[in-house]
Ligand binder design. Structure first.
Ligand code: NAP
Length: 205
């Protein structure tokens, strides 16, 4: 890893599929928190989704690579896809702490609905000491419950816990999967390369 990389965002999500809401979230976080790099980390087995049907790691990884290829600040990691067992954020953050320079600051970026549960995540207190959190909300999202949860999380944290509203998160992976299943268009919701991949592979049919 380059030595000039001092502030890194880890963009955690299932990305089934990745869409413009995710890409805008990463870009907003990069600009707002002066990140040198954002590493997208498709979840292997999301801890709260054990037994649920999700697309293969290969398909989600391929779509993430296609979506991020033109942005020099974005990279994609296979670390959670290659690890066996549930994809705990603490293991991922520790992996990158080992890989990166000792004084690199890590920001874990994810959706507000996932972040609201953060205190139930594995080794939550340790996680909140080892990285800052950026929780992205959709427009119209009621932040009361989230603020309460993050306030509690702040008590365990020496790092920053941040909330960013991302209008483009009106787009959701659930809606895209439903649209494909029903034969509705997904153009302009995902990069055209991801749209082509979905149709070529028959995902979500
Ligand atoms: P999810 O339940 O599928 O997503 C919750 C909400 O957040 C959805 O509305 C989702 O929208 C949105 N979202 C997810 N990732 C996002 C991102 N990077 N940027 C913006 N919005 C995002 O959550 P998930 O994707 O499975 O998990 C999110 C991350 O939290 C993953 O990295 C997962 O491994 C981690 N996590 C860790 C633990 C743990 O360590 N114990 C427990 C739970 C989750 P879309 O459906 O449109 O993406």
């Amino acid at each position: 890893m380059r030595e000039d990389i001092k502030r890194v965002g880890l963009m955690g999500g299932t990305f089934d599929p990745i869409h413009y809401g995710h890409l805008v979230t990463a870009e907003v976080a990069r600009a707002k928190f002066s990140l040198d790099l954002v590493i997208f980390v498709p979840a292997g087995i999301p801890p709260h989704k054990k037994g649920m049907k999700i697309s293969s790691g290969t398909d989600r990884f391929m779509m993430t690579v296609l979506a991020t290829a033109t942005n020099p600040y974005f990279e994609v990691s296979r670390v959670e896809l290659e690890r066996t067992g549930p994809s705990y954020a603490i293991d991922t953050v520790r992996h990158f702490k080992r890989e990166l320079d000792g004084d690199t600051e890590i920001f874990f970026i994810t959706g507000a609905d996932a972040a609201i549960e953060i205190l139930t995540w594995k080794d939550a207190t340790e996680l909140l000491k080892e990285c800052s959190l950026i929780a992205a909300t959709r427009p119209g999202y009621s932040t009361c419950e989230l603020e309460k949860s993050l306030e509690e999380a702040r008590l365990h944290s020496t790092q920053r816990i941040n909330l960013v509203e991302v209008p483009a998160l009106a787009i959701s992976s659930t809606d895209i999967r439903r649209r494909v299943e029903q034969g509705d268009p997904i153009r302009y919701l995902v990069p055209w390369t991801v749209e082509a991949y979905i149709y070529k592979t028959g995902l979500y049919r």
